[in-house]
Ligand binder design. Structure first.
Ligand SMILES: [Zn+2]
Length: 332
């Protein structure tokens, strides 16, 4: 008797699983990390001149982009930072004075976040919607202030994220580079991100010949860059803001409402505020002979059933192509 119950229970569970698989086949999936297996962001803090003298030229040589979190009041060589921004490096906000979070009253928070943000926007010509906490210190008040002008902020140390993680967007974990780390440690971070399909954020302070915090050897730094180049078919190396925006857009689209209307499906979402403009996301449509359009314009495929869509549009439309039904008849 007991055995029969077990068999029945097994059958019920099995059928339920099969049914759910069919029922749960989604209309579309967002390809994580811009279609790559993993993602890496190199971030640099404090506007150390060695970033201008060494890090940025080495990155430019290899076509690698990163994020430089600058402290507005102690910034030196502004013209060169302006040039770095023009060359595609992301400029992020790292406060006005690098003060301790728990020593900031509301007026100081405004200065540290908004004052610095305004200065850096004017300097760089970029939106400057990313923040990195000085000393990785976070208070609720500071966080709330940052939420008004930034869509993401980098926090302290923690593990890498897989695409289905639910992060605190205002405390994205990073891993700090240290003077005594061998290059193998960084390679392992990259390899682990690849194995897990994850986003790894590096935090680099100084580089050799700088007397600031934790300088890493020049050779180690260029070895990291070369390793990222070697893996560039599988690893998306891009700025903190670019990868963060893609991932956040992915989450919004995955939560979007799908409305069925005859042979068409419309998927609608609301762009969060604040959020950068011009973000695009890769969508794979699960179904045959479908076409995708945004704002009445047909989007062409990037590869089989994959489309690059605009996040700003707030909507896409998927239609079953009528054309293909007659194509079959014509062949006969
Ligand atoms: Zn700092």
């Amino acid at each position: 008797m007991k055995r029969e119950i077990k068999i029945i229970l097994f059958c019920v569970l099995f059928l339920r699983a099969v049914f759910m698989l069919n029922a749960a086949e989604p209309l579309f999936t967002v390809l994580p990390w811009n279609g790559y297996k993993a993602a890496v962001s190199l971030t640099f803090d404090d506007g150390d001149p060695v970033h201008l003298d060494f890090a940025i030229p080495e990155m430019k040589k290899r076509g690698i982009k990163g994020t430089f979190f600058l402290v507005s009041n102690s910034l030196t060589r502004p013209d060169e930072w302006k040039q770095a921004a023009a060359d595609g490096m992301e400029i992020g906000n790292h406060s006005a004075t690098h003060g301790r979070a728990n020593e900031l009253d509301e007026a100081r928070q405004v200065k540290e976040v908004d004052g610095s943000g305004k200065f850096l926007r004017e300097l760089s010509g970029q939106d400057v919607m990313t923040y990195a906490y000085p000393f990785c210190e976070i208070t609720d008040g500071l966080k709330r202030r940052i939420e008004k002008s930034c869509f993401i902020a980098r926090g302290g140390s923690g593990t890498a994220y897989t695409a289905d993680s639910e992060p605190d967007w205002y405390n994205i974990y990073s891993q700090a580079a240290m003077t005594n780390y061998a290059v193998d440690i960084y390679r392992e971070w990259i390899d682990r991100a690849l194995d897990a399909g994850a986003w790894q954020v590096f935090l680099v302070h100084a580089i050799e010949e700088s007397n600031r915090y934790q300088p890493i050897p020049r050779k180690t730094f260029t070895d990291i860059l070369d390793y990222l180049l070697e893996k560039n078919k599988d690893v998306w190396t891009a700025s903190f803001g670019e990868i963060g925006a893609y991932w956040k857009a992915q989450k919004v689209i995955e939560q979007a409402k799908t409305i069925k209307n005859g042979r068409a499906y419309s998927v609608k979402w609301k762009k969060p505020v604040p959020f950068p403009d011009g973000v695009t996301v890769l969508i794979k449509i699960n179904g045959k002979d479908m076409s995708l359009s945004q704002a009445g314009k047909k989007i062409s495929v990037v590869s089989q059933d994959v489309y690059r869509i605009s996040f700003d549009a707030g909507e896409f439309l998927v239609k079953k192509d009528a054309k293909n039904n007659t194509a079959g008849k014509l062949i006969k």
